[in-house]
Ligand binder design. Structure first.
Ligand code: SAM
Length: 150
Protein backbone atom coordinates (compact mmCIF):
# COMPACT_ATOMS: atom_id res chain seq x y z
CA UNK A 1 0.00 0.00 0.00
CA UNK A 2 1.32 3.46 -0.84
CA UNK A 3 1.64 6.19 1.78
CA UNK A 4 -1.25 8.07 0.16
CA UNK A 5 -3.55 5.07 0.21
CA UNK A 6 -2.64 4.33 3.82
CA UNK A 7 -3.25 7.94 4.83
CA UNK A 8 -6.61 7.89 3.05
CA UNK A 9 -7.64 4.66 4.77
CA UNK A 10 -6.64 6.07 8.15
CA UNK A 11 -8.63 9.28 7.56
CA UNK A 12 -11.66 7.27 6.48
CA UNK A 13 -11.50 5.22 9.66
CA UNK A 14 -11.30 8.38 11.80
CA UNK A 15 -14.21 9.92 9.92
CA UNK A 16 -16.33 6.80 10.30
CA UNK A 17 -15.70 6.76 14.06
CA UNK A 18 -16.76 10.41 14.27
CA UNK A 19 -19.94 9.68 12.29
CA UNK A 20 -20.81 6.77 14.55
CA UNK A 21 -20.22 8.81 17.72
CA UNK A 22 -22.21 11.78 16.49
CA UNK A 23 -25.30 9.86 15.36
CA UNK A 24 -25.18 7.60 18.41
CA UNK A 25 -25.22 10.76 20.53
CA UNK A 26 -28.20 12.32 18.76
CA UNK A 27 -30.05 9.03 19.15
CA UNK A 28 -29.29 8.69 22.86
CA UNK A 29 -29.33 12.37 23.90
CA UNK A 30 -31.47 14.26 21.40
CA UNK A 31 -31.87 17.16 23.82
CA UNK A 32 -28.13 17.91 23.45
CA UNK A 33 -26.44 20.54 21.27
CA UNK A 34 -25.61 19.52 17.71
CA UNK A 35 -24.20 21.34 14.72
CA UNK A 36 -27.13 20.17 12.57
CA UNK A 37 -30.89 20.54 12.76
CA UNK A 38 -32.56 17.55 14.34
CA UNK A 39 -35.72 16.34 16.01
CA UNK A 40 -39.26 17.52 15.32
CA UNK A 41 -38.22 21.11 14.46
CA UNK A 42 -35.96 19.77 11.71
CA UNK A 43 -38.64 17.42 10.38
CA UNK A 44 -41.18 20.25 10.33
CA UNK A 45 -38.69 22.47 8.54
CA UNK A 46 -38.30 19.77 5.85
CA UNK A 47 -42.06 19.55 5.45
CA UNK A 48 -42.80 16.25 7.20
CA UNK A 49 -46.54 16.03 7.71
CA UNK A 50 -47.70 16.76 11.25
CA UNK A 51 -49.96 13.68 11.35
CA UNK A 52 -46.97 11.43 10.54
CA UNK A 53 -44.82 13.08 13.19
CA UNK A 54 -47.57 12.59 15.76
CA UNK A 55 -48.12 8.94 14.78
CA UNK A 56 -44.40 7.97 14.77
CA UNK A 57 -42.69 6.83 17.98
CA UNK A 58 -41.62 9.92 19.92
CA UNK A 59 -38.01 8.74 20.20
CA UNK A 60 -37.58 8.40 16.45
CA UNK A 61 -38.96 11.92 15.96
CA UNK A 62 -36.79 13.42 18.73
CA UNK A 63 -33.65 11.83 17.25
CA UNK A 64 -34.51 12.49 13.62
CA UNK A 65 -31.32 13.66 11.92
CA UNK A 66 -32.30 13.74 8.27
CA UNK A 67 -31.32 16.39 5.78
CA UNK A 68 -34.42 16.38 3.61
CA UNK A 69 -37.83 14.82 3.09
CA UNK A 70 -37.90 11.82 0.74
CA UNK A 71 -41.55 10.93 1.36
CA UNK A 72 -43.56 13.41 -0.64
CA UNK A 73 -42.07 12.36 -3.99
CA UNK A 74 -41.03 8.76 -3.39
CA UNK A 75 -44.38 7.18 -4.36
CA UNK A 76 -43.70 3.99 -2.41
CA UNK A 77 -46.38 1.39 -3.03
CA UNK A 78 -47.83 -1.41 -0.89
CA UNK A 79 -45.77 -4.59 -1.20
CA UNK A 80 -42.51 -2.89 -2.20
CA UNK A 81 -39.15 -3.42 -0.56
CA UNK A 82 -37.35 -0.30 0.60
CA UNK A 83 -33.70 -0.15 1.53
CA UNK A 84 -33.05 2.81 3.81
CA UNK A 85 -29.33 3.51 3.65
CA UNK A 86 -28.38 5.35 6.83
CA UNK A 87 -31.63 4.72 8.69
CA UNK A 88 -30.45 6.40 11.91
CA UNK A 89 -33.14 6.48 14.59
CA UNK A 90 -35.63 5.18 12.04
CA UNK A 91 -38.18 7.92 11.36
CA UNK A 92 -37.86 7.62 7.58
CA UNK A 93 -37.94 3.82 7.74
CA UNK A 94 -41.06 3.86 9.88
CA UNK A 95 -42.88 6.27 7.56
CA UNK A 96 -41.81 4.06 4.63
CA UNK A 97 -43.17 0.99 6.44
CA UNK A 98 -46.64 2.58 6.55
CA UNK A 99 -46.47 3.10 2.78
CA UNK A 100 -45.38 -0.43 1.86
CA UNK A 101 -47.69 -2.02 4.42
CA UNK A 102 -47.69 -5.57 5.76
CA UNK A 103 -46.99 -7.08 2.32
CA UNK A 104 -43.84 -4.97 1.91
CA UNK A 105 -40.72 -4.52 3.94
CA UNK A 106 -38.22 -1.86 4.90
CA UNK A 107 -34.61 -2.73 5.56
CA UNK A 108 -32.67 -0.06 7.43
CA UNK A 109 -28.89 -0.10 7.36
CA UNK A 110 -26.74 2.06 9.54
CA UNK A 111 -23.24 2.16 10.98
CA UNK A 112 -24.78 2.78 14.39
CA UNK A 113 -26.95 0.23 16.09
CA UNK A 114 -29.72 2.67 16.79
CA UNK A 115 -33.34 1.82 16.35
CA UNK A 116 -35.92 3.50 18.46
CA UNK A 117 -38.96 1.59 17.37
CA UNK A 118 -39.97 -1.86 16.31
CA UNK A 119 -42.54 -2.26 13.58
CA UNK A 120 -43.02 -5.62 11.87
CA UNK A 121 -42.21 -4.30 8.40
CA UNK A 122 -38.93 -2.70 9.50
CA UNK A 123 -35.82 -4.85 9.78
CA UNK A 124 -32.59 -3.24 10.96
CA UNK A 125 -29.15 -4.41 9.94
CA UNK A 126 -25.97 -2.87 11.27
CA UNK A 127 -23.66 -2.27 8.37
CA UNK A 128 -21.80 0.03 6.06
CA UNK A 129 -23.64 1.39 3.03
CA UNK A 130 -20.39 1.28 1.12
CA UNK A 131 -21.17 -2.39 0.68
CA UNK A 132 -23.41 -3.18 -2.27
CA UNK A 133 -27.15 -3.69 -1.95
CA UNK A 134 -26.63 -7.32 -2.92
CA UNK A 135 -24.46 -7.73 0.16
CA UNK A 136 -27.60 -7.05 2.17
CA UNK A 137 -29.64 -9.48 0.12
CA UNK A 138 -32.01 -6.94 -1.42
CA UNK A 139 -32.91 -5.89 -4.91
CA UNK A 140 -35.00 -2.76 -4.38
CA UNK A 141 -33.06 0.30 -3.36
CA UNK A 142 -34.06 3.64 -2.01
CA UNK A 143 -31.55 6.08 -0.59
CA UNK A 144 -33.08 8.46 1.91
CA UNK A 145 -32.39 12.12 2.44
CA UNK A 146 -30.82 12.66 -0.92
CA UNK A 147 -32.15 15.68 -2.75
CA UNK A 148 -33.21 14.69 -6.28
CA UNK A 149 -31.58 16.67 -9.07
CA UNK A 150 -33.74 19.60 -10.18
C1 SAM B 1 -28.84 12.03 7.87
S1 SAM B 1 -28.84 10.68 9.01
C2 SAM B 1 -30.26 9.76 8.53
C3 SAM B 1 -31.43 10.07 9.37
C4 SAM B 1 -32.57 9.11 9.24
N1 SAM B 1 -33.05 9.00 7.88
C5 SAM B 1 -33.72 9.49 10.18
O1 SAM B 1 -34.90 9.17 9.84
O2 SAM B 1 -33.46 10.04 11.27
C6 SAM B 1 -27.56 9.71 8.27
C7 SAM B 1 -27.31 8.33 8.89
O3 SAM B 1 -26.39 7.66 8.02
C8 SAM B 1 -25.55 6.85 8.81
N2 SAM B 1 -24.34 6.60 8.02
C9 SAM B 1 -23.41 7.48 7.58
N3 SAM B 1 -22.47 6.84 6.83
C10 SAM B 1 -22.86 5.54 6.78
C11 SAM B 1 -22.31 4.38 6.15
N4 SAM B 1 -21.19 4.42 5.42
N5 SAM B 1 -22.96 3.20 6.32
C12 SAM B 1 -24.09 3.12 7.05
N6 SAM B 1 -24.66 4.18 7.67
C13 SAM B 1 -24.05 5.37 7.53
C14 SAM B 1 -25.32 7.66 10.08
O4 SAM B 1 -24.94 6.82 11.16
C15 SAM B 1 -26.69 8.33 10.27
O5 SAM B 1 -27.49 7.58 11.16
Amino acid sequence: MTDTVEAQASLEAILKDEIINMYQEVAENPEGEFHFYHGRPAAEMFGYRADRLSRAPAASVASFAGVGNPHERSEMQPGETVLDLGSGAGLDAIIASWAVGPSGKVIGIDLTRVRSAVVPEFQFRKGDTQNSAEAFGVKAVMMTALKPAD
